[in-house]
Every structure is written in C-alpha cells, then in structure tokens.
Design a protein around this ligand. Structure first.
Ligand SMILES: Nc1ncnc2c1ncn2[C@@H]1O[C@H](COP(=O)(O)OP(=O)(O)OP(=O)(O)O)[C@@H](O)[C@H]1O
Length: 578
C-alpha cells in the first residue's frame, strides 16, 4: 500500500537526484528502482539503502549510541521514519538523554521542545526503554547486587512509567470499568481531550498509554511541550499532520504537555484542525482549563479530571517499583532471612511501614514518591560499608531522609500538618519571632494552603493576644483577606508580617479563659436552663408586652447615674467568668 503511495507521488514530488529519488519520509536519496521497497521499510522503521556518499554523518554522540534531536529542515538518514520534524521524542527519550537529567528537575524542565514520533517509532522505543526485564518484575527477584546499576540512568519514575492500562494505578473515576475514557481507549477511538490534574498524577503516563494503543491503528503520536515550542513548531506539526492524512490516511494524535502555557494565538492555531479531525489533541495541564484554555478549543475537547493519587494507588506504584528493583518487602516484625545461595548477593529489604510512610508523604505525586524511593535506596547503598555481609534494610527514616532531599517533608493531610501549625502557634505564644517564621516557612514551602494558616492566625489574635492588643485581630483578618485576594506565592510575606506582629504583641488570655468558663458552666448545668428574665426580653407585639416582656427594663442611656439592674438569670446570681 505504501509502495502505491510512492508511485502516486511520482519522482517529481518525492525529489529527484539523477536516477535517484528522495524518499518523502526520511528524505534519503534512493535509486528509483528501490524506492517502493525502501518506503515500505522506512514506514516500518527499518529503512536501509540510502545512496552511498549521501549517507548522513553520525555525530560522536550518535555513534556512541546517544540520540540527538534532529533539526527541522535537516535531512537525516534515519533509523526509523523521519520527517523533517521527526525528532526523537524528548518526552519519550531513551536512557542516554535522561541519564543527564537531575532527579529533582522540575516537570517543566524535564520536557522541552517539539518531539515528534510515529506511533511505530514510539512503540519500538517503549519496547527498548520502558519494558522492565521480566526477571525484575517479581518482588523476590534475585541478583540485587545490580541495584545501583538499575538505579543509574533515567530517574526511577521514568523507568517505571507504565505502558499498559493494567499498570496504571488509581484514577478509577475516569478509568474504571465502563467509564467513557476506558471504553474509548479500548475501541481506539480517542477524541480530543484535556487531561487536568496535579503534578505527578499520571497525565503524561496516560498519554503514553494512549500512544501505545494507537499503535494498533497506526496513528502518529506527536508531542509538543508548550514550555518551549513556538507557533511555527505548531504550524509545522499541523502541516505534517495534513500531509500524513492526505498521503497515507494516517491520523495524528498531538500531545501537548502543559498546554496552559501556550498563548491564545498558539491555541487558536489548533482550532480548525481539531475541528476537522486532522489532529486529535491531547492536552495536559495542572491549571484549571476553564481559565487557561481557549473557550473555543475547550468546547472541542473533553476535559478529563485526574486526581492526586490515593495512598493505596501510591502503595501499589511503590510495590511495583521495589519489585522491579528486586527489593524484598519486610512486614512488621518480620526479620530478613538469608539463604546460603545468597552469599554473593547483597540482600536488600525495605520495611513495609517505610513504603506506607512514603505513600502518605508524597501527597499523591507518584514522581515524588518514586524519586524519593530511589534516593533513599541509593543513600542506603552508599552508607552500608559491608552490604554483602549484612544486607541492607531500608527503614522509615531513610525514606524520610530521601524524600527531604527532593521534596520538603510536609504531609499536608496528616500529622505533620498538625505538628507544624502547633509549633507555629506555640512559638508565637512564646513571642519567638524566629521560630514562628521558621514554622510558617515549613508549612508554606511544603505546600500548605495559606488560607488555612491565615485562619489560625485570626484565632490566635483573639485567643492569645485578645484584649492586650485588640488591633491584632484586625491585622489577622486583613491578612486572611489579603491572602484570599492574592494567593501564593505573593501572600507569603503578608503571612510573615502578621506572624511577626502576633509574636511581638502583648498577650492576654482573659477573653479566651472567660469564655471557656462560660462553656464549662453550661456543660455542667444540671436541670433545665434558667429562662431569660422578663425585663431583658424584647416586646415587639402587644401580646408580649401584655405578658410582661420588657417590663421594668432600665434603658441605660436615659440614666445619668449608674444603673442597678440584674442581667443574669435569678438562679445565676453572683456567678462570674472574668
Ligand atoms: N496512575 C499511575 N500509575 C502508575 N504510575 C504512575 C501513575 N501516575 C504517575 N505514575 C508514575 O509517576 C511518573 C510521573 O507521572 P507523569 O509524568 O504521568 O505525571 P504528570 O501528571 O504528567 O505530571 P506533570 O504535570 O508534573 O508533568 C511516571 O513516570 C510514572 O512512573
């Protein structure tokens, strides 16, 4: 079929070099007699047979097996189908490129530029780079001596990226049985979608899985990173998509990471092509698409909301990772057992509790969790002087340490959240400005909601400062409002100002303790509560007046001398709280 396409094109359209013609896919010059068979191979990613002398020179990187992104416009003899824009996907990069990435690189810096790959090429890469060796997939895999080698190169999170829906954990609301997306995935009928969710929840991974699925129906899968692609890159991708559709009837799925970073013009460029089906768009964003994606584009896409991964999903992801690394999991109270055949191998264990802690601490971000695991394993390996003799046990403290290096240790939903707010409250009460600021920083840098902190400051202003400086309450309420108006990160300094004010303020708990006494009194009251004295009651109707409501009440402003009047119920006479 592809050979026919080449015939339809004719030599003038495919480029002519004497008796040679230029392959429309890889741009190599091929003798006219060989073009059809070359084109077939080329489209299957196995092209050979470029004209001697016109062969592309490999750079030293490429010769050593490294991959170099191709420049648009440069025609290279490919190892797979290579349009001018057919760079090897950066998002789907092989080990050599990722090896240079720092573990702690931000999501935006991890993925850059235009990455275009045919589904076939992508599939081959996945086979090479992402499929874990079978012997690694069982939790009791042997030869953990290779562990440091396994941890070298790409970050563990990248290595563990699932390519199959069965390994994709959590997100049941959108991917559970009989959900729209799962049915579409199974039928290979992918509409344009926007994946919206927090970092590390699996947006890119889901796009990979869709890419793998599309292999079956021979779609092209192209990725663009909105952080670095320009409008002309977008146009180029669209041009290629049109050619693909026209020449080979092949659909293009375009994955745009961080789509919210594209400006309006760039987003507009997609519109007509999404509309007419030349491109199926898969956008990923951490920001609310209602504000960040053009309404017109949004109306042509389904928005799929992914959530932070649950602790259970995180545990499953971590279990899969330790299994692939050949690390054995020790249940509570279980002791490591060395078999005699293990003598030449370093036995490595991880406490189940440590994994649970990690699953809690990574706040639903699988990348943070996997990279935290990687760091703690690497640190434990480096620290153990005689690993073969003693084996290595990765404990909760190693995990916490590992996570601290890549991610501030702060569990917004768990104990750490309460520990830190308590430490802040006590530091302000003790008038320690430095400690107060430190705990504030721990929370904010760990991702705490600033409004939560502001609410606690409002409470502190009354509970601990109270009437000693009533201005404190005004300060705290203004702080809450200011945080509400401007959000993070700008509001951090406003919170810091209020924290310092409250730490310096004189303290009084007279209001707080008086009101506590009131509560105590009501709680301990036996029998029916005393009724409100008639003279204190309001009398808006004749009937009420007739019943004696308000009778005998002394309206204070009418008296120049101090007024003698009871305000407590008869039964409570003489009780004081202040
Ligand atoms: N649902 C999941 N199941 C299994 N592994 C996952 C899942 N989600 C994420 N991961 C793991 O976490 C890593 C990071 O996930 P991914 O790149 O898909 O996140 P993302 O939502 O695109 O994040 P970002 O917005 O930061 O780009 C993946 O390489 C994979 O190993």
């Amino acid at each position: 079929m592809m050979a026919q396409s080449a015939e339809v094109l004719g030599t003038s359209q495919v480029g002519s070099f004497g008796n040679n013609v230029q392959c429309p896919v890889c741009s190599l010059e091929i003798s006219a007699g060989q073009i059809n068979s070359h084109l077939d191979s080329c489209l299957q990613g196995k092209a050979v047979g470029g004209v001697p002398g016109k062969k592309r020179r490999l750079s030293s990187n490429e010769e050593s097996g490294k991959e170099v992104a191709q420049q648009p416009g440069k025609q290279f003899g490919p190892a797979g189908p290579t349009f001018p824009l057919f760079n090897k996907s950066k998002s789907f990069t092989g080990p050599s490129e990722c090896a240079t990435q720092s573990l702690c690189t931000s999501p935006s810096s991890r993925k850059q530029g235009v990455s275009v790959s045919s589904a076939e090429a992508l599939h081959c890469q996945e086979d090479d780079d992402y499929r874990l060796p079978q012997h690694n997939l069982t939790p009791d895999a042997k030869k953990p001596n290779n562990l440091s080698e396994k941890l070298n190169g790409k970050p563990l999170a990248d290595k563990m990226r699932p390519t199959d829906l069965n390994d994709y954990m959590g997100q049941k609301k959108v991917l559970g049985e009989n959900t729209l997306l799962r049915n579409l995935l199974q039928s290979n009928d992918i509409p344009s979608i926007i994946l919206w969710g927090p970092p590390g929840c699996g947006k890119t991974t889901l796009a990979h899985i869709i890419a793998k699925n599309t292999h079956k129906s021979s779609c092209r899968f192209v990725t663009l990173s909105a952080t670095s692609a320009s409008t002309s890159d977008v146009r180029e991708v669209i041009k290629q998509a049109q050619n693909e559709q026209r020449l080979f009837k092949r659909k293009t799925i375009l994955f745009v990471d961080e789509i919210h970073r594209f400006n309006k013009t760039q987003q507009d460029t997609f519109l007509p092509h999404v509309e007419c089906g030349t491109i199926t768009l898969i956008g990923a964003t951490t920001e609310n698409p209602s504000f960040q994606v053009n309404t017109a584009l949004l109306s042509r896409c389904r928005v799929i909301v992914l959530e932070k991964l649950s602790v259970e999903a995180m545990e499953a992801i971590l279990m899969r990772a330790v299994g692939s690394l050949g690390i054995k999991v020790l249940k509570v109270g279980e002791q490591p057992v060395h078999s005699s055949s293990d003598v030449s191998e370093t036995p490595i264990y991880v406490e189940e509790k440590a994994l649970t802690t990690l699953a809690h601490l990574c706040d639903g971000d699988a990348r943070t969790g996997l990279n935290g695991l990687q760091l703690s394993v690497q640190a434990s390996l480096a620290a153990e002087k005689d690993p073969i003799e003693h084996g290595i046990i990765i404990k909760e403290e190693h995990i916490k340490e590992g996570l601290q290096r890549s991610h501030i240790l702060y569990d917004r939903a768990g104990e750490e959240h309460y520990n830190c707010i308590s430490a802040l409250h006590k530091s302000m009460r003790g008038s320690d400005q430095n400690a107060s600021l430190y705990w504030l920083g721990r929370m904010l840098e760990g991702g705490e909601n600033p409004l939560y902190v502001a609410r606690r400051l409002v409470r502190f202003a009354s509970e601990d400062v109270g009437l000693a400086d009533p201005q404190a309450l005004t300060q705290a309420v203004s702080t809450y409002q200011a945080c509400h108006f401007i959000g993070m990160p700008e509001c951090e300094v406003i919170l810091a100002q209020c924290v310092m004010y409250l730490a310096c303020a004189p303290k009084s708990i007279s209001v707080y303790s008086a009101y506590n006494k009131v509560k105590e009194c009501l709680k301990n009251h036996k029998g029916p509560l005393p009724s409100v004295p008639l003279h204190l009651r309001n009398a808006p109707t004749k009937l009420m007046k007739g019943l004696g409501y308000g009778k005998g009440y002394k309206y204070n402003p009418l008296f120049s001398e101090p007024v003698e009047q009871d305000y407590m119920p008869e039964e409570m006479k003489g009780v004081t709280f202040v």
